[in-house]
Design a binder for this molecule. Structure first.
Ligand code: NDP
Ligand code: 13P
Length: 318
């Protein structure tokens, strides 16, 4: 039995796709919102999409506790609090983190967070290039399922693959979570570059050099370089840095244009830029683009000055 905790855009889209395999529980933290979704079979997070009957929408944790696999589809900075608040309901289960970010308080990804808080759980990561709106409409997507326990990984791959979600398997949870988290920061930089009018050539340079620093940090922390070359790294970087459907990219566009952006939107790259800038400094890893994004989103430097700093760095080998 599968439950999805978090009924925002991604959690709901995943529940819709999984419901084509069998019954799914979708947990929303807000009881009134949950009741509305159950009654109307729709959500403002996915306009125009009808929620299939196979999704049992609830605000009761007891319903989640009945599942053996729980997908955690909420923003990265909220995962720790959610796990701490629901230890009894979640321990012993396969917990599949679907978020893309680094916890600002601990500077770790979701697999480590799960392991630290619920040692009896089996941590896994579901990540890769996929917009909720595409999944919810039944469009084809390919994702990475990462689980250090190979047997559990095989089971999750089988259970979470659907007609429009094709899952590739790895045991490298660290690489998978880093790929998904780090690309969001580069997507902000890419959006800012386009928003500022610097053009597609400059964006290609940012994406390529951004990918180089993503790989550098991942290798330093012990991730498998091959993981970053796959869906969670290269794949998601490509999607997020080039599509207007991405909130991180659109946030960057707004920054570049000097416009305001929806303060309530989930833009994971903002906090993650700050977390990764700290992590890179602590580990002595050179991450100039991420560090500058942290400065820009922190309001400590303007976009133009930040890009100017990148271009004036000492010349080096590729
Ligand atoms: N949208 C997408 O295309 C994709 C998103 N992701 C990742 O999925 C994660 C969630 O994003 P997404 O669904 O888009 O975000 P949304 O903003 O659409 O939804 C966030 C959901 O998390 C819930 N939530 C917020 N805070 C808490 C909390 N403290 N405890 C429990 N639930 C909470 C919200 O509840 P409420 O409605 O009550 O505020 C809402 O249901 C992010 O890490 C994102 O990077 C990954 C791939 C694709
Ligand atoms: O991660 C995503 C696509 O793979 C979604 O991107 P945004 O969070 O930037 O919207």
């Amino acid at each position: 039995m599968i439950a999805v905790a978090g009924a925002g855009a991604f959690g709901t889209a995943l529940a819709i796709s999984l419901a084509s395999n069998g019954p799914v529980t979708l947990w929303a933290r807000d009881a009134a919102a949950s009741a509305r979704m159950r009654e109307r079979r729709e959500t403002a997070y996915l306009p125009g999409v009808t929620l299939p009957a196979g999704i049992d929408i609830t605000a009761e944790m007891a319903a989640v506790a009945l599942a053996d696999t729980v997908l955690l589809a909420m923003p990265a900075q909220t995962i720790r609090g959610f796990l701490e608040a629901n230890r009894d309901a979640l321990d012993g289960k396969a917990l599949v983190a679907c978020c893309k970010g680094i916890d600002l308080a601990t500077l770790t990804g979701a697999a480590s967070t799960i392991g630290a808080i619920l040692p009896g759980a089996t941590p896994a990561i579901l990540t890769g290039p996929s917009f909720a709106a595409d999944i919810a409409r039944g469009l084809p997507t390919a994702l990475t399922i990462a689980c250090a326990d190979e047997g559990a990984g095989h089971r999750l791959q089988r259970d979470l693959t659907t007609g429009n979600l094709r899952l590739y398997r790895t045991t490298d949870t660290l690489g998978a979570e880093l790929g998904g988290a780090l690309k969001n920061v580069i997507a902000i930089a890419s959006g800012a570059c386009i928003g500022k009018g610097y053009g597609a050539s400059a964006r290609a340079a940012l994406m390529t050099r951004g990918f180089a620093e993503m790989q550098r940090l991942a290798a330093h922390l012990g991730a498998d370089p091959a993981t970053l070359m796959g869906l969670s790294g290269f794949g998601d970087l490509t999607l997020t840095c080039t599509s207007d459907l991405s909130r991180n990219y659109r946030f960057g566009l707004a920054l570049g244009r000097g416009e305001a952006f929806d303060a309530g939107a989930t833009v994971e790259g903002v906090r993650t830029a700050e977390a990764v800038a700290h992590l890179a400094r602590r580990e002595g890893v050179d991450m100039p683009i991420t560090t500058l994004v942290a400065e820009v989103v922190g309001g400590r430097i303007e976009v133009a000055a930040g890009l100017g700093q990148l271009l004036s760095r000492p010349l080096k080998e590729e």
